[in-house]
Design a protein around this ligand. Structure first.
Ligand code: AOF
Ligand code: ZN
Length: 363
């Protein structure tokens, strides 16, 4: 087998950590000697051993002289875990094949040069685009200190997220809705606006078995979330954070008593300043957010430049109605030439519906 094939195997292993490793990356490692896989492992959970140590621990033969395939540059710093470079050197591994470099400033090429200086042969950039794509969230978070934001919405083919009456159960079919729950498992936070809470009283949790519970972030400028809303009454089972501009301690107290965290900050255009909020959430190790906003919050998020990805579920049906809600509202752009540009678009069929995924071109 070639380097690329073993790296593909390491990538598949890395994906097993999906949803559990944040704010760490997903990493997989395969150890090969004379065409035989003698050990493999992946980073299973943040705070637990890295992929390289798991692969070494799983070796069925002594790894001296073998080759290690790893999707991310081995770390050389002491974090929650000891440096992987040290484990590699102690094991006697002779060659390391790396997928992507680690942009963490504590590593950033130093892991690879340390191995080379110690006499280990290092081959870089094997399946690099795939290895980078796997960790878009980690790469964004480690570079900016802010969460990677994916805007998700479901609409009819004529661009409505609800009927003119406001009814929205359901725009997409069961398969697409199941897919959204899988997404919720992958993101550390789910964000919605108070308008969505008032209209739908959503639970905003992941309801798949064995799923991680995301933190629910509600943008609520004037603290209008009802104390009877599900996101408040269930705050002790799944964390809820209310982001507000209201600094009135008396108004905040009942939410805090119900187990919610209330973050008060500056206002921008009459709403919570989303750039401030992203900095605050990044500091709390929220590396990723699934934005399930209505049109107002979605527009504000786009306009304030905090969105990295768009996930549009499109149902092959028509609603009509001039007043029916659309996914992105606000003032909108003046000229089509000013539209937010999207790139790397792909389309997938999910049941009867379609999912278009695109990345936002930074402006
Ligand atoms: C690797 N292999 O499997 C992972 C790496 O706090 P720690 O010790 O877990 O370190 C986290 C950092 O280590 C993280 O920011 C990233 O740079 C790297 N993650 N490195 O060699 C792994 N998960
Ligand atoms: Zn490591």
């Amino acid at each position: 087998m070639e380097d690329r094939e073993y790296m593909a195997q390491a990538l598949e292993l890395a994906k097993r950590g999906m949803g559990w490793t944040s704010p760490n990356p997903m990493v997989g490692a395969v150890i090969v000697r004379e065409g035989r896989v003698i050990g493999q492992g992946w980073h299973e959970k943040c705070g637990q051993p890295h992929a390289e140590r798991n692969a070494l621990a799983a070796c069925t033969e002594r790894p001296g002289g073998a080759t290690m395939y790893v999707t991310l540059e081995p770390c050389c710093h002491q974090g929650r875990q000891p440096p992987c470079t040290q484990a590699i050197l102690e094991s006697g591994i002779r060659r390391v094949v790396v997928g992507a470099g680690d942009p963490n400033p504590l590593v950033a090429g130093k892991g690879i040069s340390l191995l080379r200086k110690a006499g280990v042969e290092v081959t870089e950039h094997v399946l690099e685009p795939e290895c980078e794509a796997l960790n878009r969230i980690f790469f964004h978070y480690i570079r900016t200190g802010r969460p990677y934001v994916a805007m998700k919405f479901a609409m009819t083919l004529d661009g409505k997220i609800a009927a003119p009456t406001g009814d929205s159960k359901w725009v997409t079919g069961e398969a697409a809705r199941h897919h959204v729950h899988q997404l919720r498992h992958r993101y550390t936070g789910i964000m919605a606006g108070v308008g969505t809470v008032l209209a739908d009283d959503p639970l905003l949790t992941c309801r798949l078995p064995g799923c991680r519970t995301p933190v629910r972030i509600i943008c609520d400028t004037h603290l209008r979330t009802p104390l009877t809303a599900q996101v408040v009454t269930t705050a002790r089972q799944a964390p809820t954070l209310l982001a507000t501009c209201c600094s009135d301690a008396d108004k905040r107290a009942p939410y805090e008593a119900a187990g919610c965290q209330v973050l008060a900050g500056p206002e921008r255009d009459g709403h919570v300043d989303l750039n401030w909020l992203m900095d605050e959430l990044g500091r709390r190790e929220v590396d990723s957010i699934l934005l399930e906003g209505g049109g107002t919050l979605n527009w504000a998020a786009l306009e304030q430049g905090i969105v990295q990805k768009v996930l549009a579920y499109i149902a092959p049906k028509l609603s009509g109605g001039r007043e029916a809600k659309t996914p992105v509202e606000g003032a909108g752009i003046a000229l089509m030439s000013q539209a937010f540009a999207l790139t790397h678009s792909s389309i997938t069929r999910i049941g009867e519906d379609f999912l278009i995924e695109s990345e936002v071109v930074p402006s």
